[in-house]
Design a protein around this ligand. Structure first.
Ligand SMILES: C[S@@+](CC[C@H](N)C(=O)[O-])C[C@H]1O[C@@H](n2cnc3c(N)ncnc32)[C@H](O)[C@@H]1O
Length: 234
């Protein structure tokens, strides 16, 4: 079996990894660096779903530092979910469930005000049948979101690689923000772009490169809003 990035779509890979590396570990960014954008788009008193939560301390940060009260976390790895359930057994604001983001039938439609994804769509896009799996994932996220709810996608994927996929899966209204990769380690005094200011976004996303220059050293944050207009079939 492959242990390259292709394995990132497979539960056995994550079970092995979490057995050997119990963490905590945050991919890309920690809560503290993303807090301004989370505060901007996620109201305090709503149910939040974190998909592919891993052993990250992000959700703990949302509760302890952000004041969020209801953060539901799912992951395909039973190893990490067992460990996180044990770790947070006395924290009713943090729930952990073993679930595949491609099939969240345990949740009713329109259950959550926000869904947060840091690195999980990226993992699924590394695996086999990536396009099909990504579409299933995005359709499920759309289904469990309330109308006007937001899907916050934190990814290394630039608009030329992510916009089409997002637009072809569901009719999201999309805004784009960026955060420097360095921000994960230290706060930059002179950021390339202000975190809370959306990047101008045209149809094919080329405006992002025009604004930031080629290959900027950033993580992309897509704010995808579910807006069901009166004449949309659901
Ligand atoms: C790159 S890690 C990101 C972990 C965490 N979100 C973070 O920011 O540190 C991707 C996570 O997605 C989970 N994952 C992969 N495929 C999944 C699926 N189909 N359903 C749910 N979780 C999945 C993995 O187990 C892993 O914990």
């Amino acid at each position: 079996m492959s242990t390259g990035t292709q394995a990132y779509g497979e539960s056995w890979y994550w079970d092995n990894r979490y057995t050997n590396e119990p963490g905590p570990f945050d991919w890309y960014q920690k809560y503290i660096t993303l807090a301004p954008i989370i505060n901007l788009y996620v109201p305090l008193h709503q149910s939040i779903l974190v998909v592919g939560s891993g052993n990250s301390a992000f959700s703990e940060g949302m509760v302890d530092e952000g004041g969020y009260k209801d953060v539901v976390n799912i992951d395909i790895s039973s190893v990490v979910i067992d460990a996180m359930q044990k770790k947070y057994q006395d924290r009713p604001e943090l729930k952990y469930l073993k679930m595949d983001v491609r099939d969240m039938s345990a949740f009713e439609s329109e259950s959550f005000g926000s869904v947060i994804d840091k690195g999980t769509l990226d993992s699924i896009l590394c695996g086999n049948n990536s396009r099909q799996n990504a579409t299933k994932m995005l359709e499920e996220i759309w289904r469990v979101l309330k109308n006007k709810g937001v899907y916050i996608l934190v990814t290394y994927g630039a608009p030329q690689y992510r916009l089409r996929l997002l637009r072809e899966s569901c009719s999201w209204t999309i805004k784009l923000h960026v955060i420097e990769k360095l921000a994960a380690e230290e706060k930059s005094d002179d950021p390339l772009w202000e975190l809370t200011k959306p990047i101008p976004l045209n149809n094919d996303g080329s405006s992002a490169e025009e604004t930031l220059g080629p290959n900027p050293d950033v993580h992309y944050i897509y704010i995808c809003t579910k807006e069901i207009s009166a004449n949309t079939n659901v």
